[in-house]
Write a protein that binds this ligand. Structure first.
Ligand SMILES: NC(=O)c1ccc[n+]([C@@H]2O[C@H](COP(=O)([O-])OP(=O)(O)OC[C@H]3O[C@@H](n4cnc5c(N)ncnc54)[C@H](OP(=O)(O)O)[C@@H]3O)[C@@H](O)[C@H]2O)c1
Length: 260
């Protein structure tokens, strides 16, 4: 596909995976609307490319104003690619997590991606082309995995499950419209993500943000809906999703014997 007139919007483009997406897409010829709160970083990123190719937009996605502002851009601009990447984790025990932090997390990881996709999808459907990428994480498959250095992460993990379910359901719903949906599920990536939480994971083997972006863009070519850059055997993903559907299909209107 020619990317000469392609327009992407990337949230969380001030660092890590979002910045790697923005750089890669701009290098491929996309015009990139790059979103984040740290405007100086967006401006520095824009300065790496010819004027106008990266368009910085300062917005705080934890606020309704920030989400509304971006939704308007998603509705009005002919986006070929929407990348819902911004995120915070607020790793801490559920009872220690303040309501404000829980709200911020859910705004950024649940409300913003859902509403931006909701704003962008009608135009994409009308144009019969477009792609929505939602950045979740392997924890969408690992709610009960060992906690490691995190004291807790229930709300964060739940937000990733939302993105996985949203993407799978949306992909089904839009499959004959020309619009593709991908949910990206990285494992641990070497970005500022954990550092900003006061966690040092530098001793652990970590994937680079650039590798994650390589996997995501390659998966667009092969039309993979669930892109898991670190999972060698993709049968595992298919089996996990098939097991969910088997459980779903295993229900009936009769009260199960163990409850009688
Ligand atoms: N790193 C990992 O190990 C890992 C693993 C699995 C999934 N992920 C997911 O990958 C995504 C990207 O994370 P990363 O690893 O690249 O981390 P990162 O380097 O910390 O980047 C997070 C990005 O999100 C933006 N962001 C955070 N809060 C925001 C807000 N209220 N409004 C607007 N933008 C906001 C940040 O920009 P500003 O602070 O400038 O606003 C930053 O650009 C996240 O959604 C995360 O859940 C990461």
């Amino acid at each position: 596909m020619s990317t000469a007139h392609s327009l992407a919007l990337v949230t969380g483009a001030t660092s890590g995976i979002g910045q790697a997406y923005a750089r890669r897409l701009a290098a491929q010829g996309y015009t990139v609307i790059a979103v984040g709160r740290r405007l100086e970083r967006l401006q520095a990123l824009a300065a790496e490319f010819p004027a106008g190719q990266i368009k910085p937009v300062e917005a705080d996605l934890s606020t309704p104003e920030g989400i509304n502002r971006l939704s308007e851009i998603c509705r009005e601009q002919p986006l070929t690619l929407l990348i819902n990447n911004a995120g915070v984790s607020h790793y801490m025990g559920f009872t220690a997590l303040s309501a404000e932090k829980a709200h911020e997390l859910l705004q950024v990881k649940v409300m913003a991606p859902t509403l931006l996709a909701h704003a962008a999808a009608p135009g994409m459907v009308e144009r019969k082309m477009g792609t929505i990428i939602n950045v979740a994480g392997m924890l969408a498959f690992g709610a009960t995995a060992p906690l490691g250095q995190a004291a807790g992460r229930a709300t964060y993990v739940a937000s990733l499950s939302h993105l996985l379910s949203l993407s799978l359901a949306l992909s089904e719903e839009l499959k004959s419209t020309g619009v593709d949906v991908q949910v990206l599920c990285p494992g641990i990536v070497a970005t500022e993500f954990h550092e900003r939480q006061g966690m040092d994971l530098s001793a652990l083997p970590r994937m680079s943000a650039e590798e994650v972006v390589t996997a995501s863009l390659r998966a667009l070519e092969t039309k993979e809906v669930v892109c898991a850059p670190g999972v060698e055997h993709d049968d595992l993903l298919r089996e996990a999703l098939a097991a969910n559907l088997r459980a779903f299909g295993g229900q009936s209107p009769t009260l199960a014997t163990r409850y009688q």
